[in-house]
Design a protein around this ligand. Sequence first.
Ligand SMILES: NC(=O)C1=CN([C@@H]2O[C@H](COP(=O)(O)OP(=O)(O)OC[C@H]3O[C@@H](n4cnc5c(N)ncnc54)[C@H](O)[C@@H]3O)[C@@H](O)[C@H]2O)C=CC1
Ligand SMILES: N[C@@H](CC=O)C(=O)O
Ligand code: NA
Length: 439
Amino acid sequence: MTATPETTRPPSTVKVALLGAGNVGAEVARTLLEHGPEFAARVGAPVELVGIAVRDLAARRTVELPEALLTTDAEALVDAADVVIELTGGIEPARSRILRALHGGKPVISGNKALIARHGRQLQDAADTAGVPLSYEAAVAGAIPIVRPMQDSLAGDRVDRVLGIMNGTTNYILDQMDTTGAQFEDALAEAQQLGYAEADPTADVEGHDAAAKAAILASLAFHSTFTIDDVYCRGITGVTAADVAAAREAGYVIKLLAVCERCSGGVNLRVTPTMIPREHPLAGVHGAYNAVFVEAANAGSLMFYGAGAGGAATASAVLGDFVSAARRLVLGGPAQGADPHAQLVAASMDDVRTSFSITLTVQDRLGVLARIAQVFADHGVSIFTMQQTDHPHGDPQLSEIRLVTHRGANKDLVATVEALRELSFVEDVAGVIRVEHAD
Ligand SMILES: NC(=O)C1=CN([C@@H]2O[C@H](COP(=O)(O)OP(=O)(O)OC[C@H]3O[C@@H](n4cnc5c(N)ncnc54)[C@H](O)[C@@H]3O)[C@@H](O)[C@H]2O)C=CC1
Ligand SMILES: N[C@@H](CC=O)C(=O)O
Ligand code: NA
């Protein structure tokens, strides 16, 4: 329940505290400092950046910032401000500082998906109690407006499915591997250089960052509370150059896909590398761009597309939230709280209906194909396409079989893969990747 704000005198100047001056924070500071009069006009009062909390006063930054604004005393800065923008990342001390601001009745803007996907409920409760907004448009899909459309524009509809590419770093890596044949490590280094990756890029490549975003979006879309622990998550570290090449040859592209969908047990949330047909709109999402599809009962299918990462692009989302929060401080009005009334639960992967692509290395003997087909039939899984080729390393005793299945229950697909591994003539089962819309 959102508290009714007390009647307080609007500040004559809106004082902003910025925590963090990294890729995003530095761009937020630069924009606020360079465009003061425009922010004042949009907010309805002068805006003053009163300080920037950093860890190291002498560190080199992507943007030169006035030394006088830098401080290592984040708590004092929070106390001195009307609005707090948190762009340091991580759980602590970010959580304590945000709570300090909210308990002090100050609106908070954050891009910290790792924190919100774990402690969003606690932070939102604190914001609701104080009657101030907690805004985090930047936390999901960077510059793309998706959090607010989900909270506002779609609040009168029933969302059934949210699906998309929600991590710029992994999309950049997979796209580079697909289009230029780049090595994984080189593409990751470029993504870091370009300011797309998290401070610890493990969060990107292991899928945790996309999983955090999936949990945040699903909480809003399904009016429930999900955390990152509710998301079945596989990253892209197991995706090889051979997988990318094989997918390309078969007319697919591999993307790290996040899917949140209603199912019999509640809502299934998953992040997995997924093969997508080249003609699918998601296949055309290149570089660090993101795209999110929303399927809603009345609205039908909606697509949100744009820059999913990068300092300046993400600063746009942060500053949009800032203007909205500051305007409310000046003009008054209730803060909008989250609405988790539906209380749907996270459903297991077992009954999710999905398709698999599977690559088998087999001994080239009579009856092998029939036996493989039998394993699929025994598990109630239907084969969509099957292609047998010579073994890539030219071994005349072996051949390679690539299969794509029709949709089946995930547990049946997993059991099929296990049974294939047991066959005496199967040397290797590789390239097990989900496929979107194969049938
Ligand atoms: N880079 C991007 O494209 C996007 C980033 N985000 C999120 O925005 C936040 C910031 O991201 P980046 O700017 O890329 O990270 P970054 O690592 O470039 O910047 C974070 C800055 O905060 C500082 N910092 C860390 N702990 C601190 C502390 N305790 N006190 C003071 N300063 C501290 C670091 O020294 C660093 O300069 C993160 O939560 C990230 O997940 C969200 C969307 C996109
Ligand atoms: N590391 C993230 C940054 C934006 O959220 C990404 O690559 O998408
Ligand atoms: Na966004």
